[in-house]
Ligand binder design. Structure first.
Ligand SMILES: *Cc1c(COP(=O)(O)O)cnc(C)c1O
Length: 330
């Protein structure tokens, strides 16, 4: 089976497992795990922020990050297919008391006029006040689309002019960085709080981080413990993340090339495939998924009519070529 359902399906290889096995560890709830600290310092510095916090999942990082900048009873604006809106099981409402309103863009992009229309920090005691704007780079359900740096800068300027916060869901910021050559620090500068995942294209088994100002991260550490996310000798997992940052960032370009190959096979214009995700419409996505599975290729349905393919570390060029032949025949 060639598994194109998600870039979360990768398994740690021998070298990553060796790095994990030999990690220096301590009790991270006491702040004494040197490997976790190294990972947090490294990721904060890569994104040009003061501090970072390791979390078990990207969902927890996003819940903590949005909750830091949006108080209960207030709202965050985001694109309609954002992961925070669709794929975190309502946590921002259920756990944090945060509501959302959305704008829609076919490629998940920043629509500043729409955001300016939605933005309502204080319309009197009848409307939910807006505290923050959240953007996703790359945008998962919009087919791995990259947000242009110029749009992020315009959003930053608008948010600053309004005293609003910006949250960047950068689960795949590594893919955006490799696809565009824009420095991670430049992406980081666009947001007050950024979340990144190590367990997607980077191929670590577990782990995400949120980054931001030192005082926000101190508060996030308390809230992570409250949610049950305080972990002990977790340097074993952080070591996988450090290994992934050393060895698995630049190679994302291979995943992007494989995604363009698969796009062509599926009749999708490869020019519209920015990174490692290909999304396209079929009248019956579930039927397409089943037919592909019968032919040895696992793909995903992310809507009744939307099929999604994701390339990753465990899909070689020859796997991609084989999958392309199968999918073209379908
Ligand atoms: C995967 C993902 C997350 C986090 O997901 P977890 O499975 O909770 O780690 C957050 N945002 C985006 C855009 C994602 O694709």
């Amino acid at each position: 089976m060639i598994d194109l359902r998600s870039d979360t399906v990768t398994r740690p290889g021998e070298a990553m497992r060796a790095a994990m096995a030999h990690a220096e560890v301590g009790d991270d709830v006491y702040g004494e795990d040197p490997t976790v600290r190294r990972l947090e310092e490294r990721v904060a510095s890569l994104l040009g922020h003061e501090a970072a916090l390791f979390t078990p999942t990207g969902s927890m990082a996003n819940v903590l990050a949005v909750g830091l900048v949006v108080a209960p009873g207030r709202e965050v604006l985001c694109e309609a297919r954002a992961h925070i809106a669709r794929a975190e099981l309502g946590a921002h409402g259920a756990v944090s008391g945060v509501t959302m309103r959305t704008w829609s863009h076919p490629r998940g992009q920043i629509d500043l006029p729409a955001i300016e229309d939605l933005f309502a920090p204080d319309l009197g005691p009848f409307f939910v006040p807006t505290s923050a704007i959240s953007v996703e780079n790359t945008h998962n359900f919009a087919g791995g689309a990259v947000l242009p740096l110029a749009d992020l800068k315009s959003l930053r300027a608008f948010a600053d002019s309004q005293g609003a916060a910006v949250h960047l869901d950068g689960a795949r910021i590594w893919n955006a960085h490799v696809a565009t050559g824009v420095a991670l620090e430049e992406y980081g500068a666009a947001a007050d709080v950024v979340c990144v995942c190590l367990s997607k294209g980077l191929g670590a088994p577990v782990g995400s981080l949120l980054v931001g100002r030192a005082d926000l991260v101190v508060e996030a550490r308390v809230r992570r413990k409250r949610l049950g996310g305080g972990m002990r000798q977790v340097g074993i997992l952080a070591a996988a993340g450090l290994y992934a940052l050393d060895h698995h960032v630049e190679r994302l370009a291979e995943d992007h090339a494989n995604a363009r190959l698969l796009a062509e096979a599926c009749g999708v214009d490869p020019a519209g495939v920015d990174t490692n995700i290909v999304a396209f419409e079929r009248p019956d996505a579930a039927a397409f998924v089943a037919a592909a599975r019968d032919a040895g290729v696992l793909v995903g349905a992310v809507g009744a009519r939307t099929v999604r393919l994701v390339t990753h570390l465990d899909v070689s060029r020859s796997d991609a070529e084989a999958a392309a032949r199968v999918l073209a025949a379908l």
